[in-house]
Ligand binder design. Sequence first.
Ligand SMILES: [Zn+2]
Length: 507
Amino acid sequence: MVDFYRLEPARQKELAFRRLRTYLRTVVAPFHPAFRKSGVDVARIRSPEDLRRIPIVTKEEVRADPTAFILQPSVPGISLPHATYPLGRMRLLRYLWQAVMNRPQEATARFRRQTLREKVTQRICREWLPIHFHASSGLTGESTLAAYTYHDLAFVLPELAASLMVRPDRPDPAVLYPEWTHRSLSLMPGAPHLAFFQPLFLKLFLGASAFETFGGRVIPTERQIEIFSKGRFHGVAAVPSYLIYWLRRAVEMVEAGQIPPFGEQFLGAAVGAEPISDAMRRRIHELTEKLGAHPKFRIIETYGSTELKWAGAECSEGSTIHLNPRFYFWELLHPKTREPVGAGEPGVLVFSHIDWRGTVFIRYWTGDLIRGGLLHDRCPRCGYTFVRIRGPIARAERDFTKIKGTLVPLQDLVAEIRDTPGVRNCQVILDREENDGRDRMIVRLLLESGSKAEVVSEAVRHNVRNAMEVTPDEIVIEREVEAFEAELFGRTGIKAEYVVERRPVYL
Ligand SMILES: [Zn+2]
Protein backbone atom coordinates (compact mmCIF):
# COMPACT_ATOMS: atom_id res chain seq x y z
CA MET A 1 0.00 0.00 0.00
CA VAL A 2 1.26 3.45 -0.87
CA ASP A 3 2.00 5.58 2.14
CA PHE A 4 -0.57 8.34 2.75
CA TYR A 5 2.00 11.09 2.24
CA ARG A 6 3.10 9.65 -1.11
CA LEU A 7 -0.39 9.40 -2.58
CA GLU A 8 -1.49 11.30 -5.66
CA PRO A 9 -2.99 14.61 -4.43
CA ALA A 10 -6.53 13.81 -5.64
CA ARG A 11 -6.50 10.42 -3.91
CA GLN A 12 -5.07 11.91 -0.73
CA LYS A 13 -7.73 14.62 -0.68
CA GLU A 14 -10.43 11.98 -1.03
CA LEU A 15 -9.02 9.88 1.81
CA ALA A 16 -8.55 12.96 4.02
CA PHE A 17 -12.21 13.85 3.59
CA ARG A 18 -13.20 10.24 4.32
CA ARG A 19 -11.17 10.33 7.53
CA LEU A 20 -12.88 13.59 8.51
CA ARG A 21 -16.33 12.14 7.80
CA THR A 22 -15.70 9.04 9.93
CA TYR A 23 -14.33 11.20 12.72
CA LEU A 24 -17.36 13.50 12.57
CA ARG A 25 -19.75 10.57 12.82
CA THR A 26 -18.01 8.48 15.46
CA VAL A 27 -16.30 11.02 17.70
CA VAL A 28 -17.40 14.61 17.11
CA ALA A 29 -21.16 14.20 16.74
CA PRO A 30 -21.59 12.20 19.95
CA PHE A 31 -19.03 13.86 22.22
CA HIS A 32 -18.43 17.46 21.10
CA PRO A 33 -20.70 19.84 23.07
CA ALA A 34 -20.51 22.85 20.72
CA PHE A 35 -20.93 20.73 17.60
CA ARG A 36 -23.95 19.00 19.12
CA LYS A 37 -25.46 22.38 19.90
CA SER A 38 -25.06 23.46 16.27
CA GLY A 39 -27.62 20.81 15.31
CA VAL A 40 -25.76 19.70 12.17
CA ASP A 41 -26.86 16.29 10.88
CA VAL A 42 -23.57 14.53 10.10
CA ALA A 43 -25.34 11.92 8.00
CA ARG A 44 -25.85 14.67 5.42
CA ILE A 45 -22.11 15.43 5.15
CA ARG A 46 -21.23 13.23 2.18
CA SER A 47 -18.87 15.36 0.10
CA PRO A 48 -16.43 18.22 0.80
CA GLU A 49 -19.10 20.64 -0.54
CA ASP A 50 -21.46 19.50 2.22
CA LEU A 51 -19.03 20.88 4.81
CA ARG A 52 -20.69 24.25 4.20
CA ARG A 53 -23.59 22.96 6.28
CA ILE A 54 -21.30 23.12 9.30
CA PRO A 55 -21.10 26.64 10.77
CA ILE A 56 -17.70 28.31 10.95
CA VAL A 57 -16.24 28.58 14.45
CA THR A 58 -14.60 31.85 15.51
CA LYS A 59 -12.17 32.74 18.26
CA GLU A 60 -14.86 34.76 20.04
CA GLU A 61 -17.18 31.75 20.30
CA VAL A 62 -14.37 29.62 21.67
CA ARG A 63 -13.36 32.23 24.23
CA ALA A 64 -16.92 32.50 25.44
CA ASP A 65 -16.88 28.82 26.47
CA PRO A 66 -13.66 26.86 25.81
CA THR A 67 -15.01 23.73 27.53
CA ALA A 68 -17.70 23.37 24.86
CA PHE A 69 -14.90 22.51 22.41
CA ILE A 70 -13.39 19.72 24.48
CA LEU A 71 -14.57 16.20 23.63
CA GLN A 72 -16.29 14.74 26.65
CA PRO A 73 -18.27 11.51 26.64
CA SER A 74 -20.60 11.37 29.59
CA VAL A 75 -19.51 8.86 32.21
CA PRO A 76 -21.75 7.71 35.07
CA GLY A 77 -20.74 9.25 38.40
CA ILE A 78 -18.73 12.11 36.87
CA SER A 79 -20.32 15.50 36.42
CA LEU A 80 -19.33 17.37 33.29
CA PRO A 81 -20.04 20.95 32.20
CA HIS A 82 -21.97 19.74 29.14
CA ALA A 83 -24.34 16.89 28.50
CA THR A 84 -23.22 14.53 25.72
CA TYR A 85 -23.60 10.88 24.78
CA PRO A 86 -22.23 8.13 26.98
CA LEU A 87 -19.40 5.96 25.65
CA GLY A 88 -20.90 3.26 23.46
CA ARG A 89 -20.88 -0.44 24.20
CA MET A 90 -18.28 -1.19 21.50
CA ARG A 91 -15.85 1.29 22.99
CA LEU A 92 -16.37 -0.07 26.51
CA LEU A 93 -15.81 -3.63 25.27
CA ARG A 94 -12.57 -2.52 23.65
CA TYR A 95 -11.33 -0.93 26.90
CA LEU A 96 -12.38 -4.08 28.75
CA TRP A 97 -10.45 -6.31 26.35
CA GLN A 98 -7.38 -4.05 26.58
CA ALA A 99 -7.61 -4.14 30.38
CA VAL A 100 -7.89 -7.92 30.54
CA MET A 101 -5.09 -8.49 28.04
CA ASN A 102 -2.98 -5.60 29.44
CA ARG A 103 -2.63 -4.13 25.95
CA PRO A 104 -0.85 -1.91 25.26
CA GLN A 105 1.30 -3.22 28.07
CA GLU A 106 1.13 -1.13 31.24
CA ALA A 107 4.02 -0.99 33.67
CA THR A 108 1.65 0.24 36.38
CA ALA A 109 0.46 -3.35 36.78
CA ARG A 110 3.85 -4.11 38.36
CA PHE A 111 3.39 -1.48 41.03
CA ARG A 112 -0.25 -1.58 42.03
CA ARG A 113 -2.88 -4.24 42.01
CA GLN A 114 -5.88 -2.82 40.21
CA THR A 115 -9.42 -4.00 39.87
CA LEU A 116 -10.72 -4.55 36.38
CA ARG A 117 -12.86 -1.46 36.84
CA GLU A 118 -9.81 0.67 37.65
CA LYS A 119 -7.95 -0.70 34.64
CA VAL A 120 -10.85 0.23 32.38
CA THR A 121 -11.00 3.70 33.96
CA GLN A 122 -7.30 4.18 33.24
CA ARG A 123 -7.92 3.43 29.57
CA ILE A 124 -10.91 5.73 29.36
CA CYS A 125 -8.88 8.54 30.95
CA ARG A 126 -6.01 8.04 28.56
CA GLU A 127 -8.25 8.63 25.63
CA TRP A 128 -10.49 11.40 26.97
CA LEU A 129 -9.06 13.14 30.03
CA PRO A 130 -7.34 16.45 29.20
CA ILE A 131 -3.81 16.22 30.58
CA HIS A 132 -1.89 18.98 28.82
CA PHE A 133 -2.87 22.57 28.13
CA HIS A 134 -1.76 25.57 26.13
CA ALA A 135 -3.15 29.04 26.57
CA SER A 136 -2.50 32.16 24.59
CA SER A 137 -3.53 35.61 25.62
CA GLY A 138 -4.90 38.03 23.10
CA LEU A 139 -4.52 41.80 23.03
CA THR A 140 -7.71 42.11 25.03
CA GLY A 141 -6.41 39.86 27.80
CA GLU A 142 -8.88 37.05 27.13
CA SER A 143 -7.15 33.76 26.55
CA THR A 144 -7.61 30.82 24.22
CA LEU A 145 -7.26 27.36 25.66
CA ALA A 146 -6.32 24.08 23.98
CA ALA A 147 -6.35 20.76 25.83
CA TYR A 148 -4.58 17.53 24.83
CA THR A 149 -5.30 14.04 26.07
CA TYR A 150 -2.89 11.12 26.28
CA HIS A 151 -4.37 9.89 22.99
CA ASP A 152 -3.01 13.01 21.24
CA LEU A 153 0.42 12.45 22.72
CA ALA A 154 0.49 8.74 21.89
CA PHE A 155 -1.19 8.60 18.47
CA VAL A 156 -1.19 12.03 16.82
CA LEU A 157 1.90 13.99 17.80
CA PRO A 158 4.46 11.24 16.99
CA GLU A 159 3.43 11.19 13.32
CA LEU A 160 3.34 15.00 13.12
CA ALA A 161 6.79 15.16 14.72
CA ALA A 162 8.13 12.56 12.28
CA SER A 163 6.92 14.61 9.33
CA LEU A 164 9.44 17.31 10.18
CA MET A 165 12.21 14.89 9.15
CA VAL A 166 10.89 14.85 5.55
CA ARG A 167 13.63 14.55 2.93
CA PRO A 168 13.37 13.86 -0.81
CA ASP A 169 14.37 10.42 -2.08
CA ARG A 170 17.04 12.16 -4.09
CA PRO A 171 18.37 14.84 -1.74
CA ASP A 172 19.41 18.15 -3.25
CA PRO A 173 23.15 18.65 -2.61
CA ALA A 174 22.56 22.39 -2.19
CA VAL A 175 20.22 21.84 0.78
CA LEU A 176 20.89 20.87 4.39
CA TYR A 177 18.37 18.37 5.77
CA PRO A 178 17.69 17.65 9.43
CA GLU A 179 19.87 14.84 10.78
CA TRP A 180 19.41 12.61 13.82
CA THR A 181 22.65 13.88 15.33
CA HIS A 182 21.65 17.56 15.28
CA ARG A 183 21.25 19.38 18.57
CA SER A 184 19.38 22.61 18.98
CA LEU A 185 18.93 25.35 21.54
CA SER A 186 15.37 26.52 22.10
CA LEU A 187 15.16 30.22 22.88
CA MET A 188 11.40 30.03 23.44
CA PRO A 189 10.28 31.40 26.82
CA GLY A 190 8.99 28.76 29.22
CA ALA A 191 5.22 29.23 29.19
CA PRO A 192 2.13 27.14 28.45
CA HIS A 193 2.49 27.97 24.75
CA LEU A 194 2.90 25.79 21.67
CA ALA A 195 6.04 27.80 20.82
CA PHE A 196 7.70 26.45 23.95
CA PHE A 197 6.29 22.93 23.80
CA GLN A 198 6.78 22.16 20.10
CA PRO A 199 10.59 21.68 20.46
CA LEU A 200 9.83 19.60 23.54
CA PHE A 201 7.36 17.47 21.54
CA LEU A 202 10.13 16.83 19.00
CA LYS A 203 12.34 15.59 21.79
CA LEU A 204 9.70 13.30 23.25
CA PHE A 205 8.16 11.97 20.06
CA LEU A 206 11.07 12.03 17.64
CA GLY A 207 14.20 11.78 19.75
CA ALA A 208 15.44 15.21 18.65
CA SER A 209 18.08 16.68 20.91
CA ALA A 210 17.34 20.11 22.36
CA PHE A 211 18.26 22.29 25.31
CA GLU A 212 15.41 24.50 26.53
CA THR A 213 16.66 27.85 27.79
CA PHE A 214 13.16 28.88 28.97
CA GLY A 215 13.91 32.31 27.47
CA GLY A 216 15.86 35.39 28.48
CA ARG A 217 14.19 35.83 31.85
CA VAL A 218 15.46 32.45 33.04
CA ILE A 219 18.82 32.38 31.26
CA PRO A 220 20.01 35.86 30.18
CA THR A 221 20.76 36.32 26.47
CA GLU A 222 24.56 36.52 26.88
CA ARG A 223 24.54 33.30 28.91
CA GLN A 224 22.39 31.59 26.24
CA ILE A 225 24.92 32.62 23.60
CA GLU A 226 27.79 31.25 25.71
CA ILE A 227 25.92 27.97 26.16
CA PHE A 228 25.31 27.79 22.41
CA SER A 229 28.96 28.50 21.68
CA LYS A 230 30.42 26.11 24.27
CA GLY A 231 27.86 23.40 23.60
CA ARG A 232 28.56 23.54 19.85
CA PHE A 233 24.86 23.40 19.00
CA HIS A 234 23.69 23.07 15.39
CA GLY A 235 20.57 25.21 15.45
CA VAL A 236 18.18 27.45 17.31
CA ALA A 237 14.40 27.59 17.65
CA ALA A 238 13.16 31.14 18.16
CA VAL A 239 10.71 33.91 17.36
CA PRO A 240 12.23 35.76 14.37
CA SER A 241 12.26 39.25 15.95
CA TYR A 242 13.95 37.87 19.06
CA LEU A 243 16.35 35.79 16.98
CA ILE A 244 17.62 38.93 15.22
CA TYR A 245 18.22 40.54 18.61
CA TRP A 246 19.97 37.36 19.82
CA LEU A 247 22.20 37.03 16.74
CA ARG A 248 23.19 40.72 16.99
CA ARG A 249 24.28 40.18 20.58
CA ALA A 250 26.25 37.13 19.44
CA VAL A 251 27.99 39.16 16.70
CA GLU A 252 28.83 41.88 19.27
CA MET A 253 30.23 39.25 21.63
CA VAL A 254 32.36 37.78 18.84
CA GLU A 255 33.62 41.25 17.90
CA ALA A 256 34.46 41.95 21.55
CA GLY A 257 36.46 38.72 21.68
CA GLN A 258 34.16 37.20 24.34
CA ILE A 259 33.35 34.10 22.26
CA PRO A 260 34.75 32.57 19.06
CA PRO A 261 32.51 32.67 15.93
CA PHE A 262 29.96 29.82 15.91
CA GLY A 263 31.47 28.41 12.72
CA GLU A 264 30.08 25.96 10.17
CA GLN A 265 28.59 23.83 12.91
CA PHE A 266 25.78 26.42 12.97
CA LEU A 267 23.36 24.97 10.42
CA GLY A 268 19.96 26.53 10.82
CA ALA A 269 17.13 28.21 12.66
CA ALA A 270 13.50 27.22 13.05
CA VAL A 271 11.35 30.30 13.47
CA GLY A 272 7.74 30.61 14.53
CA ALA A 273 5.04 32.42 16.54
CA GLU A 274 5.12 35.45 14.24
CA PRO A 275 5.45 35.87 10.46
CA ILE A 276 8.87 36.55 9.00
CA SER A 277 9.35 39.20 6.31
CA ASP A 278 11.88 38.94 3.48
CA ALA A 279 13.87 41.76 5.08
CA MET A 280 14.01 39.85 8.39
CA ARG A 281 15.12 36.72 6.54
CA ARG A 282 17.91 38.64 4.82
CA ARG A 283 18.99 40.15 8.13
CA ILE A 284 19.17 36.73 9.78
CA HIS A 285 21.32 35.43 6.92
CA GLU A 286 23.63 38.47 7.13
CA LEU A 287 24.09 37.99 10.86
CA THR A 288 24.68 34.24 10.69
CA GLU A 289 27.23 34.84 7.95
CA LYS A 290 29.09 37.16 10.32
CA LEU A 291 29.06 34.33 12.84
CA GLY A 292 30.75 32.04 10.33
CA ALA A 293 27.67 29.79 9.96
CA HIS A 294 27.45 27.02 7.37
CA PRO A 295 27.20 28.39 3.79
CA LYS A 296 23.93 26.45 3.34
CA PHE A 297 22.48 27.85 6.59
CA ARG A 298 18.71 27.37 6.50
CA ILE A 299 15.85 29.31 8.05
CA ILE A 300 12.80 27.10 8.41
CA GLU A 301 9.53 28.93 8.86
CA THR A 302 6.69 27.34 10.80
CA TYR A 303 2.98 28.04 11.12
CA GLY A 304 1.03 27.05 14.19
CA SER A 305 -1.32 28.31 16.89
CA THR A 306 -2.82 27.37 20.20
CA GLU A 307 -6.00 26.25 18.42
CA LEU A 308 -4.15 24.15 15.83
CA LYS A 309 -2.27 22.33 18.64
CA TRP A 310 0.73 21.92 16.32
CA ALA A 311 2.88 23.90 13.88
CA GLY A 312 3.61 22.83 10.31
CA ALA A 313 6.98 23.72 8.77
CA GLU A 314 8.83 24.20 5.52
CA CYS A 315 10.70 21.13 4.21
CA SER A 316 13.55 23.40 3.10
CA GLU A 317 14.01 27.15 3.17
CA GLY A 318 11.48 28.87 0.92
CA SER A 319 9.57 25.65 0.14
CA THR A 320 6.32 27.12 1.57
CA ILE A 321 4.87 25.75 4.80
CA HIS A 322 3.63 22.15 4.79
CA LEU A 323 0.38 21.51 6.63
CA ASN A 324 -0.58 18.01 7.65
CA PRO A 325 -3.36 16.45 5.56
CA ARG A 326 -3.99 13.39 7.76
CA PHE A 327 -4.79 15.01 11.10
CA TYR A 328 -6.43 18.13 9.69
CA PHE A 329 -8.83 19.02 6.92
CA TRP A 330 -7.91 22.38 5.37
CA GLU A 331 -10.02 24.94 3.56
CA LEU A 332 -9.18 28.37 2.16
CA LEU A 333 -12.19 30.68 2.12
CA HIS A 334 -12.94 34.12 0.78
CA PRO A 335 -12.68 36.62 3.68
CA LYS A 336 -16.12 38.13 2.97
CA THR A 337 -18.27 35.47 1.29
CA ARG A 338 -16.64 32.55 3.17
CA GLU A 339 -16.87 30.49 -0.02
CA PRO A 340 -13.87 28.39 -1.16
CA VAL A 341 -11.35 30.30 -3.29
CA GLY A 342 -9.64 28.93 -6.39
CA ALA A 343 -6.22 27.24 -6.31
CA GLY A 344 -3.48 29.78 -5.59
CA GLU A 345 -5.94 32.59 -4.74
CA PRO A 346 -5.73 34.42 -1.42
CA GLY A 347 -8.11 33.39 1.33
CA VAL A 348 -8.55 32.82 5.05
CA LEU A 349 -7.29 29.52 6.41
CA VAL A 350 -9.96 27.33 8.00
CA PHE A 351 -9.19 23.94 9.51
CA SER A 352 -10.87 20.92 11.09
CA HIS A 353 -9.10 18.52 13.41
CA ILE A 354 -9.12 14.84 12.47
CA ASP A 355 -8.64 12.08 15.08
CA TRP A 356 -7.57 14.39 17.88
CA ARG A 357 -9.08 14.26 21.38
CA GLY A 358 -9.27 17.04 23.97
CA THR A 359 -9.91 20.41 22.32
CA VAL A 360 -11.26 19.89 18.82
CA PHE A 361 -12.31 22.43 16.23
CA ILE A 362 -14.42 21.76 13.19
CA ARG A 363 -14.16 24.53 10.59
CA TYR A 364 -12.18 26.95 12.73
CA TRP A 365 -11.70 30.41 11.19
CA THR A 366 -8.03 31.18 11.88
CA GLY A 367 -8.37 34.78 10.68
CA ASP A 368 -5.04 34.32 8.87
CA LEU A 369 -5.16 35.61 5.34
CA ILE A 370 -2.89 33.48 3.15
CA ARG A 371 -2.03 35.89 0.36
CA GLY A 372 -0.18 33.37 -1.81
CA GLY A 373 -3.01 30.81 -1.62
CA LEU A 374 -3.21 27.14 -0.71
CA LEU A 375 -1.91 24.23 -2.74
CA HIS A 376 -2.71 20.57 -2.22
CA ASP A 377 -0.10 18.85 -4.30
CA ARG A 378 3.17 17.01 -4.44
CA CYS A 379 5.81 19.41 -3.11
CA PRO A 380 8.40 19.91 -5.84
CA ARG A 381 11.14 20.07 -3.20
CA CYS A 382 10.54 16.99 -1.07
CA GLY A 383 8.26 15.01 -3.39
CA TYR A 384 5.67 14.29 -0.67
CA THR A 385 2.01 15.26 -0.87
CA PHE A 386 1.03 17.95 1.60
CA VAL A 387 -1.24 20.92 1.87
CA ARG A 388 1.02 23.92 1.45
CA ILE A 389 0.42 27.59 2.14
CA ARG A 390 2.23 30.38 0.42
CA GLY A 391 2.86 33.57 2.37
CA PRO A 392 2.83 36.31 3.13
CA ILE A 393 0.47 35.51 5.99
CA ALA A 394 -1.47 38.46 7.37
CA ARG A 395 -4.37 38.88 9.74
CA ALA A 396 -7.64 39.08 7.83
CA GLU A 397 -9.42 41.19 10.41
CA ARG A 398 -8.85 43.28 13.48
CA ASP A 399 -5.25 44.13 12.84
CA PHE A 400 -6.30 47.08 10.78
CA THR A 401 -6.71 50.25 12.71
CA LYS A 402 -7.93 53.73 11.83
CA ILE A 403 -5.29 56.36 12.39
CA LYS A 404 -6.42 59.92 11.68
CA GLY A 405 -9.26 58.55 9.58
CA THR A 406 -7.04 56.33 7.40
CA LEU A 407 -7.35 52.55 7.61
CA VAL A 408 -3.85 51.24 8.33
CA PRO A 409 -2.79 47.57 8.36
CA LEU A 410 -0.66 47.40 11.49
CA GLN A 411 1.59 44.55 10.36
CA ASP A 412 2.54 46.45 7.18
CA LEU A 413 3.07 49.67 9.14
CA VAL A 414 5.54 47.90 11.42
CA ALA A 415 7.28 46.25 8.46
CA GLU A 416 7.71 49.63 6.73
CA ILE A 417 9.46 51.04 9.80
CA ARG A 418 11.42 47.95 10.83
CA ASP A 419 12.73 47.30 7.32
CA THR A 420 14.02 50.86 6.82
CA PRO A 421 17.82 50.75 6.57
CA GLY A 422 19.47 51.82 9.81
CA VAL A 423 16.58 50.68 12.02
CA ARG A 424 17.53 48.00 14.50
CA ASN A 425 14.17 47.80 16.23
CA CYS A 426 11.04 49.85 16.66
CA GLN A 427 7.74 50.35 18.41
CA VAL A 428 4.67 52.36 17.40
CA ILE A 429 2.56 54.05 20.05
CA LEU A 430 -0.96 55.15 19.15
CA ASP A 431 -2.34 57.78 21.46
CA ARG A 432 -5.10 60.40 21.48
CA GLU A 433 -4.78 64.12 22.25
CA GLU A 434 -6.77 64.99 25.34
CA ASN A 435 -7.80 68.42 24.08
CA ASP A 436 -9.02 67.84 20.56
CA GLY A 437 -9.28 64.04 20.43
CA ARG A 438 -6.87 63.75 17.51
CA ASP A 439 -4.83 60.58 17.00
CA ARG A 440 -1.10 60.72 17.60
CA MET A 441 1.39 58.26 16.16
CA ILE A 442 4.69 58.10 17.98
CA VAL A 443 7.45 55.95 16.53
CA ARG A 444 10.23 54.79 18.83
CA LEU A 445 13.39 53.82 16.99
CA LEU A 446 16.45 51.92 18.02
CA LEU A 447 19.20 52.54 15.48
CA GLU A 448 21.92 50.33 14.04
CA SER A 449 25.27 51.51 15.34
CA GLY A 450 26.84 54.00 12.95
CA SER A 451 23.58 55.23 11.42
CA LYS A 452 22.54 58.88 11.66
CA ALA A 453 19.40 59.71 13.61
CA GLU A 454 18.20 62.49 11.27
CA VAL A 455 18.74 60.40 8.13
CA VAL A 456 16.95 57.34 9.49
CA SER A 457 14.09 59.40 11.00
CA GLU A 458 13.52 61.13 7.67
CA ALA A 459 13.59 57.79 5.80
CA VAL A 460 11.06 56.29 8.24
CA ARG A 461 8.79 59.33 7.90
CA HIS A 462 9.03 59.11 4.12
CA ASN A 463 8.40 55.33 3.94
CA VAL A 464 5.41 55.45 6.28
CA ARG A 465 3.84 58.42 4.51
CA ASN A 466 4.30 56.82 1.10
CA ALA A 467 2.95 53.41 2.02
CA MET A 468 0.28 54.28 4.60
CA GLU A 469 -0.78 57.83 3.80
CA VAL A 470 -0.30 58.89 7.39
CA THR A 471 2.73 60.60 8.90
CA PRO A 472 4.21 59.90 12.32
CA ASP A 473 3.70 62.86 14.67
CA GLU A 474 6.85 62.20 16.58
CA ILE A 475 9.94 60.06 16.20
CA VAL A 476 11.80 59.20 19.38
CA ILE A 477 15.34 57.85 19.15
CA GLU A 478 15.98 55.29 21.88
CA ARG A 479 19.52 54.99 23.23
CA GLU A 480 19.20 52.23 25.81
CA VAL A 481 19.42 49.05 23.72
CA GLU A 482 18.96 46.55 26.54
CA ALA A 483 16.13 48.41 28.24
CA PHE A 484 14.23 49.04 25.01
CA GLU A 485 14.44 45.47 23.79
CA ALA A 486 13.58 44.10 27.22
CA GLU A 487 10.47 46.27 27.13
CA LEU A 488 9.65 45.23 23.57
CA PHE A 489 9.58 41.52 24.44
CA GLY A 490 8.49 42.02 28.04
CA ARG A 491 4.73 41.85 27.92
CA THR A 492 4.04 38.61 26.08
CA GLY A 493 7.45 37.02 26.70
CA ILE A 494 7.32 35.60 23.17
CA LYS A 495 6.39 38.16 20.57
CA ALA A 496 7.72 41.67 20.21
CA GLU A 497 5.06 44.20 21.09
CA TYR A 498 5.46 46.40 18.04
CA VAL A 499 2.25 48.35 18.47
CA VAL A 500 1.04 49.83 21.73
CA GLU A 501 -2.55 51.02 21.64
CA ARG A 502 -3.18 53.80 24.16
CA ARG A 503 -6.32 55.27 22.64
CA PRO A 504 -9.35 54.71 24.83
CA VAL A 505 -11.36 52.81 22.22
CA TYR A 506 -9.67 50.14 20.21
CA LEU A 507 -10.60 50.33 16.55
ZN1 LIG B 1 8.30 19.72 0.62
